[in-house]
Write a protein of this length. Structure first.
Ligand SMILES: [Ca+2]
Length: 258
């Protein structure tokens, strides 16, 4: 369920579950899987999430599994997170595109594709893995456009929250433009020190000069997305997305938390 937080300050910090990430992390893009099965690569949400995703386009019949290979750095119990969304949530309560994640042929507990319409990390389950290669698969259940962008397996944060979260800072400039920056803890180095990534978006929301200064934003819904460019050998590639609503009467933004 959505809730709103009023933004009255020039700058506001959104504490999105600060984390103490450590241990082993594995990140994999689903569109890079060695076999896509019946899943197709779609780039429709590139502007919002910074990546392509795979989609089970089966005209109502479940499609064949998409299968990828993981390189597991260390033995352990891994929480498995999938970046996905419920694409039909704004029209119906049910989820049309449902799927599960399989690791080494075993289905994980949670059915994915439901919940909120926005893209986010949803927990697929937990699995014990040995160091070395492992096989991961997306197992379609409905054949009706389930979507998955990426998978993240981690030996930390196995209970409640994906550890790949952090803090987003919004800044409202004098011109009405909104910029955002953020810091995310994405792991620990060999000395146990947090690895903190910073990112900024310089031109996220720019008001239309043709509108009045008091109500520069016409549409009522905006999304901000922080993107961490991939670096070789490190887990990264994504930040987080937030949604803003412009209240015309109040002339201020609200942050919509999904
Ligand atoms: Ca992707």
């Amino acid at each position: 369920m959505k809730k709103k937080i009023a933004l009255n300050l020039v700058s506001v910090l959104l504490a999105a579950a600060s984390c103490q990430a450590s241990g082993a992390n594995i990140f994999v893009e689903c569109e890079s899987f060695k076999e896509l099965g019946g899943w197709v690569v779609d780039a429709y949400s590139m502007r919002n999430i910074g990546s392509a995703y795979v989609m089970a386009h089966g005209y109502g019949r479940p499609v064949a599994d998409a299968v990828g290979t993981l390189s597991v750095p260390a033995k352990g119990t891994y929480a498995v997170w999938a970046r996905t969304r419920n694409w039909n949530a704004e029209w119906t309560k049910g989820a049309a595109g449902q799927f599960k994640v399989k690791v080494n042929g075993r289905e994980l507990r949670e059915t994915l594709g439901g919940g909120d319409r926005s893209w986010g990390w949803r927990k697929a389950g937990e699995v014990s893995l040995e160091a070395g290669a492992a096989e991961v698969a997306l197992h379609d259940l409905t054949g009706f456009n389930g979507r998955c962008d990426a998978l993240f397996l981690t030996t930390t944060g196995t209970r409640d929250a994906c550890p790949y979260q952090g803090t987003i800072e919004l800044k409202f400039g004098a011109s009405g433009a909104v910029t955002a920056g953020g810091k995310f803890v994405t792991g620990q180095d060999k000395n146990g020190k947090d690895i903190v990534y910073s990112a900024s978006c310089s031109t996220v929301l720019v008001p239309d000069a043709a509108r009045s200064a008091s109500a520069p934003y016409q549409s009522d819904c905006y999304s901000l997305y922080l993107y961490f460019p991939p670096k070789a050998g490190k887990f990264d590639g994504y930040g987080a997305a937030i949604s803003l609503e412009w209240d015309v009467a109040e002339k201020k933004f609200s942050v919509v938390e999904h």
